[in-house]
Design a binder for this molecule. Structure first.
Ligand SMILES: *Cc1c(COP(=O)(O)O)cnc(C)c1O
Length: 393
């Protein structure tokens, strides 16, 4: 039997990513492919860089998208800033901190772990203790917005501590960019990476990164070459850098970069602060709906992410069945809990283009209908009205 073209169903993506892609971005992807050293393309790269500086709130010259997903942005930061034998403090309060530890080990360095409960933010006091106990540490790494639990950590305070003890700071901002306030220059972040498929509402597969002068100095003064040829910033800089003639490093994912450019134009049109506010407003509506339904949030309100809502699953409910029903009856995707959170929480994303009133009402209405049909212990019929009230307030 001949295999026919693949036409995916149209879903609403309210999981931990990818999030709904803005149709303008999908249209941009289908524009004609041109050479990646074409002067028109080079001009687009410069604009993309400028708009990424805006999204990160930085003037860092070394700001660009790595041609691979968020995990490659993570590896870029670790591979370039770590040398064999270094000591690196890794703060872990969820899945992505665990991956940072893996990165440190694979770079031949020693991770020093600062652990917090899943569902809690990184504790600055624990970090300070680790910095005092390990005077040879040269780097601190942590996740700003932990997508596995829905927790925001205080990046500004953590970076300040790192600097007080002569460490540079690597920050994972895959889920925070465009969804939560983030100010790379004001907070003096040294190395940061993000992803395109979360609050930027672009397709997956690119990882915007940015490096401070302090970070570049450390990279330029390395004793040994970066182990990864592809991710070595000393080489990539020749491709994305300004001024000098651009030289071939790898073939840029031309059309994917059109998509990123478009998503950043959209962000610029809305305004970064407005985007943060929209994420918060829709989160407040979703929260009002869940509370009216009688469901609670897993994370304390003080450090809850607006773009990733961890909701406690009601007792006796088979959560996988609920997600399967959401998908088959409403074409709606939400996320399951990861690791120790599996079976305990749902992860409901309101990221980027998907963070809108229509999706809030769809999600609440669909979950209400499914849970009521299953005979779950919820207050049925209240959620949509409660969410709607926050919109008109
Ligand atoms: C999604 C995510 C990543 C990984 O990004 P990929 O594009 O899947 O490689 C890393 N960190 C956090 C916090 C994320 O949410």
């Amino acid at each position: 039997m001949a295999i026919t073209p693949f036409h995916p169903p149209v879903r609403t993506l309210m999981g931990p990513g990818p999030s709904d892609v803005n149709p303008r971005v999908l249209e941009a992807l289908s524009r004609p492919t041109i050479g990646h050293l074409d002067p028109e393309f080079v001009h687009m790269m410069d604009e993309t860089k400028e708009m990424l500086q805006y999204a990160f709130q930085t003037k860092n010259q070394l700001t660009m998208p790595v041609s691979a997903p968020g995990s490659a942005g993570m590896e870029t930061c670790f591979a370039n800033l770590i040398e064999r034998g270094d000591e690196v403090i890794v703060c872990q309060n969820g899945v992505f901190g665990m991956r940072m530890k893996e990165n440190v080990e694979r770079c031949g360095a020693t991770p020093i772990m600062v652990e917090d409960e899943w569902g809690s933010p990184v504790d600055p006091n624990k970090l300070e203790q680790a910095l005092k106990d390990n005077p040879n540490a040269s780097l601190v790494a942590f996740v700003h917005a932990e997508t596995s639990t829905g927790v925001l950590s205080d990046a500004e305070t953590l970076v300040k501590l790192a600097h007080q003890y002569d460490c540079l700071a690597i920050v994972d901002a895959v889920t925070s960019v465009a969804g939560s306030p983030l100010k790379v220059d004001e907070w003096e972040i040294d190395a940061i990476y993000s992803g395109t498929q979360k609050c930027l509402s672009c397709v997956p597969g690119l990882s915007p990164v940015s490096f401070s002068e302090r970070a570049i100095e450390r990279i330029s003064n390395r004793k040994n070459k970066v182990q990864s040829w592809f991710l070595d910033l000393n080489l990539v800089m020749g491709y994305w850098g300004t001024g000098s003639q651009r030289s071939y490093h790898h073939t840029a994912p031309v059309n994917a970069l059109y998509g990123l450019h478009e998503s950043l134009v959209i962000l610029q049109e809305e305004g970064l602060e407005n985007s943060w506010q929209r994420h918060n407003d829709n989160h407040q509506a979703l929260k009002a709906g869940f509370e009216a339904m009688g469901l609670s949030f897993f994370v304390n309100e003080a450090y809850r992410l607006p773009q990733l809502n961890a909701v406690t699953i009601p007792a006796g409910v088979d959560e996988a069945t609920v997600r399967a029903e959401l998908l088959s009856r409403y074409d709606l995707e939400i996320g399951a809990g990861l690791g120790p959170m599996a079976g305990k929480i749902w992860r409901i994303g309101l990221m980027g283009f998907a963070s809108n009133q229509k999706n809030v009402l769809l999600c609440l209405g669909a979950l209400d209908a499914i849970l009521a049909d299953m005979g779950a212990d919820i207050q049925s019929g209240q959620a949509v009205a409660a969410a709607k009230r926050t919109f008109s307030a």
